[in-house]
Design a protein around this ligand. Structure first.
Ligand code: G6P
Length: 736
C-alpha cells in the first residue's frame, strides 16, 4: 500500500505538471489569437467609418471627430484617434488617452507588425493602428483603444476549468490506484494463503518453501525460548554446558572489569565507565573462565600473581582476570593512536577526522599479536571458545586462529561499522578485514552494521559472500556475520545496594539544594564527542528559552566521566562542555537555582543508579552510538515504572526502545519540545511507556545476547566438524 501511495504522489505530480504546461500553451495561443482578431476587427470598424473619415480628412476635424465617435459606439472600443502621416494628431474622441501620442503609437505599432499591442501592460488596454486608405494612397492612421478586460475574465474562467479538471482527474486517479492496489494485495494474499495450504499451485509456488521454513524457524525459536524460561546466569551456564561441553570461555577486551588504583586510603577497586564492561562482566560471572585485558590501574601489578592473574570479582571470585602490561609508547600508539584517533572517529559519524599514523598502526599490530599470544596462553584446549571484543582487536581473531585453527572465535564489534566508502579511507582496511575474518562469527548491534561490513568485504576482499547464510566464505572457511543487539544484566546487581526511588529522589534533591518538587533531568556519559553532550546542554538552554514555565523549576544534572584525556579532541570537549554549562547558568540561573549541574568525575555504578532513580527524565543524545547501555540502565533502574527516556535516533537502542521519546539531538527545537513533553507527561503515560521498555530489556538481556551467540557458535562448530572444514588459514597479509 505504501508503494501505491508513492505511485499516487508521482501521478499527481505528473498531472500537475501537465496541467501547468497546458495552461501555459493555452494562454500564449489565446493571446496571439486575440491580438490578430483585434487587428481584423479594427480594420472592419475603420472600413465602416471610412466615408465619414475620408470626407473630413485632413481639414474638417469636426467631421473626422464625429466619424471617430461613431466607431466608439462599440462598447469594447474605448477611444479612437486619427493621426496624420507626419505624426500630428488630427482628431480624437473625448475618452482617448492623450498620453498615447501619435508618435508613440507609431513606434509601438511598427514593433507589433500589424497586430494589436499594449502601451500600458499593467491595465487591460490594447491598441490597434489601422492605416486609412484614400484614393491617392494612405491618408494616415486610425488608432483604436480596445478594452480587453473580458479577455482576462475568459482567461481566468479557462484557468478555473483547467485546474478544476485537474483536481477531479487527480482525485479519480488516486482513488482508482489505491483501490487497484488494495484489490491486488488482497488477491495476492489469498493466492499465497492457498499456495501455503496446498490448495492450489500458483505462481507463488517457489516462495512457499521459503515462507514455510521461516515460519518453522520462528515457531521453533519461540517454543525453545518458552521452554528454556527467562534468560539468566543459570540458563547461560546451562547453554554453555549443553552446546559447548562447558568449555572455558576466554574473553579478550582492552578494558579490564576491575581496576586496582592506589589512593590515599590504600588500594581501591574502580569499576570503569564502559558499556563493554557493563555488558560482559555479568556474562563472565555466569560462564567463568578468563578475561584478558590491559592492566591499566596504578596498583594492578601489586594485585596479580606470578602469571599476571587475579581472581575477580573481589569478594565473590568466580573468574580470572589476566593482565597484559603495555609500555607508555605501546599505549600511545595502540590505544590512544590507532584505536581512538583512527578507528573510533572512522566508525562514528560525529564529525571528527580520523588520524592514521604508520607508527600507530605498527604498534597496533604488535600489541594485537601480544594480546593474541596471551589468549593462547590462557586456553586449556585446542578448541577453546574465545570472545574477542571491539575495535582494539581487529587483528587478533586471525592471529589466534593461526595458532589455534580449531578455536571458536566470536568477535563482537561494540561500535558502529561505517559504510564501505567511509571504511575504505583507512590505509589498512584490507588488513583489518582480513584480521576480523579469522573469526567464526562477527557480531554487530544492528543489521545495518552487518550490511556495511559485508559491503566492505565485498568491495575490498577476495571472498565469496553467502547472503543466504549471512556469511563470508574465504578459502572454504565460513565467517557468520550476525546482529546481536547487546543489553544489560537483569536484574542489575548494583540495585541491591541502592535505596528505592522515593529515597533517592529525596536524597539527591537534598544534596543539590533543590526543593522536594524540583524537576530533575539526568545525563550520564563518558565525556566523548560522540555522546552529544554539547547538543544536550544546548537543548536544555532552548527549553528554558522557549518554555518559561520551567525556569527555576527544572535542573539538568550531567555526570561526565573524563575519558581518553591524552587526546586533544577530548581535552577540548571537556573545556567546551564546562564553558557551555557556565554560559547557560549565567543566562538563566538565579541566586537560588542553577539550571545545569555538571559533575565532571568518575562515578561508581551505585552513584549512577541513585541518579537514575532520582530523575524525572534521562536524556541520551548520542550523535552516533552502536547501542548505548545508559538508556537500558535507566529503564532497569525504574522499578517504580516512572521517568521518561529521551533517546537519540542515532543509537542502536532506539531500535529496541521504541517507547522512549526518540529525537534527533541536532534538532534543538524538537529536542526541547521532547524535554517539555517529558516534564509534562502524565504518570499513567510514563507507566505505560516504562512498563513496555522494562518488559523488553528484562527479556532481551545480556544473558540472552551471549546465549544466542554461543548457540550459533555451537551450531557452526557442529557443522564444521561434520563437514571437516576446519582448515588452517593462510597467514595475515602485511601483518608480520
Ligand atoms: C566504548 C567502547 C568500549 C570502551 C568504552 C570505554 O563503549 O566500545 O570498548 O571500553 O567505550 O572507553 P575506554 O577507552 O575508556 O575503554
Amino acid at each position: 500500500m505504501r508503494r501505491a501511495a508513492r505511485f499516487v504522489l508521482v501521478l499527481l505530480a505528473v498531472l500537475a505538471l501537465v496541467t501547468v504546461a497546458a495552461w501555459w500553451v493555452l494562454a500564449r495561443t489565446t493571446k496571439a489569437w486575440w491580438e490578430s482578431d483585434l487587428a481584423m476587427r479594427s480594420k472592419l470598424a475603420v472600413n465602416s467609418a471610412r466615408v465619414g473619415l475620408t470626407r473630413g480628412w485632413p481639414d474638417d476635424r469636426a467631421t473626422v471627430g464625429r466619424a471617430l465617435e461613431d466607431i466608439t459606439r462599440d462598447s469594447r472600443i474605448l477611444g479612437a484617434a486619427a493621426c496624420l502621416p507626419d505624426g500630428e494628431l488630427l482628431a480624437a474622441t473625448s475618452d482617448y488617452p492623450l498620453g498615447f501620442t501619435c508618435a508613440l503609437v507609431a513606434e509601438h505599432a511598427g514593433r507589433a507588425g500589424g497586430r494589436g499591442f499594449t502601451m500600458a501592460p499593467e491595465d487591460s488596454l490594447h491598441l490597434t493602428a489601422t492605416p486609412l486608405e484614400g484614393e491617392g494612397g494612405v491618408l494616415g492612421t486610425v488608432v483604436l483603444v480596445h478594452d480587453l478586460g473580458y479577455v482576462d475574465q475568459r482567461d481566468a474562467a479557462t484557468r478555473q476549468v483547467l485546474f478544476g479538471g485537474f483536481f477531479v482527474l487527480a482525485l479519480a486517479a488516486a482513488v482508482a490506484t489505491l483501490l487497484a492496489a488494495r484489490f491486488a494485495w488482497k488477491g495476492w494474499t489469498l493466492e499465497l494463503q492457498r499456495a501455503l495450504l496446498g490448495e492450489a499451485s500458483t505462481e507463488f509456488q517457489p516462495m512457499v518453501r521459503d515462507v514455510r521454513a521461516l515460519v518453522d524457524r520462528l515457531v521453533n525459536e519461540r517454543e525453545g525460548e518458552a521452554r528454556g524460561g527467562p534468560w539468566d546466569p543459570a540458563r547461560l551456564k546451562a547453554t554453555l554446558t549443553r552446546h559447548l561441553q562447558g568449555e572455558r570461555v576466554v574473553v579478550l577486551a582492552n578494558r579490564e572489569p576491575y581496576i586496582h588504583e592506589r589512593g590515599e586510603g590504600g588500594v581501591k577497586v574502580v569499576h570503569p565507565a564502559s558499556g563493554l564492561v557493563t555488558a560482559l562482566e555479568p556474562v563472565m560471572r555466569a560462564c567463568s573462565g578468563t578475561w584478558v585485558a590491559h592492566g591499566s590501574g596504578s596498583a594492578d601489578r601489586d594485585t596479580v600473581d606470578a602469571k599476571d592473574r587475579v581472581r575477580v570479582p573481589p569478594g565473590e571470585e568466580s573468574y580470572l582476570l589476566r593482565r597484559v602490561w603495555l609500555t607508555e609508547e605501546e599505549e600511545a600508539g595502540y590505544y590512544y593512536g590507532f584505536s581512538n584517533e583512527g578507528l573510533w572517529p572512522l566508525c562514528h559519524v560525529a564529525h571528527a577526522r580520523p588520524v592514521f599514523r604508520s607508527s600507530d598502526w605498527e604498534t597496533y599490530v604488535a600489541v594485537n599479536r601480544r594480546f593474541a599470544g596471551a589468549v593462547c596462553e590462557e586456553v586449556d584446549s585446542d578448541e577453546p571458545i574465545v570472545l574477542v571484543q571491539d575495535y582494539h582487536f581487529a587483528l587478533a581473531p586471525r592471529m589466534i586462529r593461526e595458532r589455534l585453527p580449531r578455536a571458536t572465535i566470536l568477535t563482537f564489534w561494540h561500535i558502529p561499522w561505517p559504510n564501505a566508502e567511509r571504511f575504505g579511507i583507512c590505509p589498512w582496511r584490507d588488513e583489518l578485514l582480513s584480521g576480523l575474518l579469522g573469526s567464526s562469527i562477527i557480531g554487530f548491534h544492528t543489521q545495518q552494521h552487518c550490511n556495511n561490513f559485508i559491503d566492505a568485504v565485498d568491495a575490498f576482499m577476495e571472498s565469496r559472500i553467502d547472503r543466504e547464510a549471512r556469511a563470508v566464505v574465504q578459502q572454504g572457511r565460513k565467517t557468520l556475520v550476525r546482529p546481536y543487539p547487546i543489553s544489560i544484566e537483569w536484574p542489575v546487581r548494583w540495585l541491591h545496594d541502592v535505596p528505592g526511588v522515593a529515597e533517592c529522589r529525596k536524597a539527591i534533591r537534598g544534596e543539590l539544594g533543590l526543593g522536594a518538587d524540583a524537576l530533575l533531568g539526568v545525563g550520564i556519559d563518558r565525556l566523548d564527542y560522540t555522546k552529544g553532550v554539547e547538543e544536550r546542554l544546548a537543548a536544555v538552554d532552548e527549553l528554558l528559552a522557549r518554555f518559561p514555565e520551567f525556569r527555576g523549576r527544572f535542573t539538568f544534572i550531567q555526570l561526565a566521566a573524563p575519558s581518553r584525556m591524552k587526546i586533544t579532541r577530548y581535552r577540548e570537549l571537556n573545556e567546551r562542555v564546562e564553558q557551555l554549562a557556565a554560559e547557560i547558568n549565567a543566562r538563566w540561573g538565579t541566586p537560588g537555582w542553577r539550571p545545569v549541574v555538571l559533575l565532571r568525575d568518575h562515578h561508581e555504578p551505585q552513584t549512577v543508579f541513585r541518579y537514575y532513580r532520582a530523575a524525572d527524565l534521562c536524556y541520551v543524545s548520542s550523535l552516533h552510538d552502536g547501542m548505548n547501555l545508559v538508556a537500558k540502565e535507566f529503564v532497569a533502574a525504574r522499578d517504580d515504572e516512572q521517568g521518561v527516556l529521551l533517546l537519540s535516533q542515532f543509537t542502536g537502542a532506539a531500535r529496541d526502545l521504541t517507547e522512549a521519546l526518540v529525537v534527533n539531538p541536532y534538532d534543538l527545537r524538537q529536542a526541547s519540545d521532547a524535554l517539555a513533553a517529558a516534564l509534562r507527561m502524565s504518570p499513567e503515560e510514563q507507566r505505560e511507556r516504562m512498563r513496555a521498555m522494562r518488559r523488553l530489556v528484562s527479556e532481551f538481556n545480556v544473558y540472552r545476547w551471549a546465549g544466542r551467540m554461543l548457540v550459533d557458535a555451537a551450531e557452526l562448530r557442529r557443522r564444521e566438524r561434520l563437514t571437516g572444514r576446519l582448515t588452517p588459514l593462510s597467514p595475515l597479509t602485511g601483518v608480520s
